[in-house]
Design a protein around this ligand. Structure first.
Ligand code: UDX
Length: 439
């Protein structure tokens, strides 16, 4: 099949590349000329393991191309995906759909016959109907179908998530649209991936409900972790003890500094706004948003406490800045709350991240940028593990200890074991587990 993918951000680039790997003929479109030039030159603008090889292979085989010429790409395609950004609108948390509608308008203008227009961007319920109206209004002469095909891929394992998803969700209105979507995903159905066929409204809402549910799960265990600290319980035992109940499940029960990233914060806020607008408020999700934001702001207090109550004149070594490992993405990362709070409390912050440094330099001031983990903790009074990159899981702890002024570690990802850290002579605190070696 011939596919045009409008928008070469995270979702567009990964989905377009994976569709080409399925054997479809895909052209990815972006209005950012320099981005398209970089892609044509074989340079991948995001860090996603495995994506560079997959892009190179499919470009070579002629299945994948890149262009700024939206009109030509639409004329050549049977199915047009909209995968442009839907950022949070300033002020009210609603998703900003201006890029989506502008792309749809351009698609309509360029089309010379029937097209199936599919939204892959995360869009609030009701957007599909608006897309349909806009297509009809712009080109009353042409028959269009619309579909909603939300994407559930996680940064860092996006290709695996696309190629081996738990399910594919497709919202359509006509038999023709349903057939085209089924054809597009045929390689997955051969692998017996369940396909959930729904209306467009349901497909749109499934994406938000899934993200809000996962965000709720994380927030739940984070609040339980706080209680664990007060009563001397261990949150990892709680997570295992409840997670082995198949109705609950073990995934997404890792307590930490609060969720960040490009999806959960934005999508929970947008869902809250939509629900309020339709007068069916999701009070539970409202609370999740508030609890998570407050949590991220509170994390620096743990570092201050570990330093004995004051950071004035002290040095903090920060390990990890991205919102999670295996990405260079800093969007809504807990570090963006933690680092400035440490600096405000009087600390000198030395920080290192394996992939996020370029973006972090843009977003954070007055930080001493370190060469590696050991450089970050050199002369530090406290080390803070903020993102659980593999290289921070395998630190040479004796070297860390020798480099630090005092062996104090705050582990916001529960990477290390409290008793082992105490045995190695560290004063160690983590999330929802008994502290060790302190006082
Ligand atoms: C998420 C969804 O998982 C994906 O389905 C959707 O399409 C986009 O949003 P992503 O943002 O890439 O993907 O990352 P994810 O691995 O889900 O983690 C999100 C945040 O939650 C991170 O900040 C992570 O550190 C945090 N998290 C996750 C926890 O704190 N605890 C957990 O148990 C799981």
């Amino acid at each position: 099949m011939r596919v045009a993918m409008i928008g070469t951000g995270y979702v567009g680039l990964v989905s377009g590349t994976c569709f080409s790997e399925f054997g479809h003929s895909v052209v990815c479109v972006d209005n950012d000329r320099s981005k398209i030039e970089r892609l044509l030159g074989g340079e991948i603008p995001i860090y996603e393991p495995g994506l560079d090889d997959l892009v190179a292979r499919n470009v070579r085989s002629g299945h994948l191309g890149f262009t700024t010429d939206l009109a030509q790409a639409v004329r050549d395609a049977e199915v047009v995906f909209i995968a442009v950004g839907t950022p949070s609108r300033r002020g009210d948390g609603h998703a900003d759909l201006s890029y989506v509608f502008e792309a749809v308008r351009q698609v309509a203008m360029a089309a010379d016959g029937y097209r199936l227009v599919v939204t892959k961007s995360t869009v609030p319920v009701g957007t599909g109907a608006k897309v349909k109206a806009l297509l009809a209004e712009t080109r009353p002469d042409l028959p269009f179908d619309v579909a909603s095909n939300p994407e559930f891929l996680r940064e860092g394992s996006a290709i695996e998530d696309f190629m081996r998803p738990d399910r594919v969700v497709v919202g359509t209105e006509t038999a023709r649209a349903r057939e085209l979507m089924t054809e597009l995903y045929r390689p997955l159905f051969l692998a017996e991936t369940p396909i959930v066929h729904t209306t467009i409204e349901s497909a749109e809402l499934i994406k938000y409900a899934a993200n809000a549910f996962l965000a709720t799960k994380i927030t739940f265990i984070n609040e339980v972790a706080d209680l664990c600290e007060k009563v001397g319980a261990n949150v990892q035992d709680i997570a295992r003890g409840i997670g082995l109940d198949g109705r609950i499940g073990r995934k997404f029960l890792h307590a930490g500094p609060g969720f960040g990233g490009s999806c959960f914060p934005k999508d929970t806020r947008a869902l809250v706004s939509s629900a309020q607008e339709y007068n069916a408020p999701l009070s539970l999700v409202e609370q999740v948003v508030a609890s998570n934001e407050a949590r991220k702001r509170r994390m620096a207090d743990r570092v201050i406490a570990a330093a004995g109550g004051s950071l004035a004149g002290k040095t903090v070594g920060v390990l990890g800045l991205t919102f999670k490992p295996n990405t260079d993405d800093m969007r809504e990362a807990p570090s963006l709350d933690i680092v400035p709070a440490l600096i405000r409390a009087g600390a000198t912050v030395r920080a290192y991240d394996p992939e996020g440094m370029a973006e972090a330099r843009r977003l954070l001031d007055r930080v001493v940028w370190a060469e590696d983990a050991y450089d970050a903790v050199t002369g530090a009074d406290v080390a803070v593990l903020v993102t659980e990159w593999n290289q921070f899981r395998a630190l040479d702890l004796d070297r860390v200890k020798a480099a630090m002024k005092a062996p104090v570690m705050v582990d916001l990802r529960n990477v290390y074991k409290p008793e082992e850290m105490a045995a190695r002579g560290f004063a160690y605190s983590s999330i929802g587990r008994p502290a060790a070696g302190l006082g």
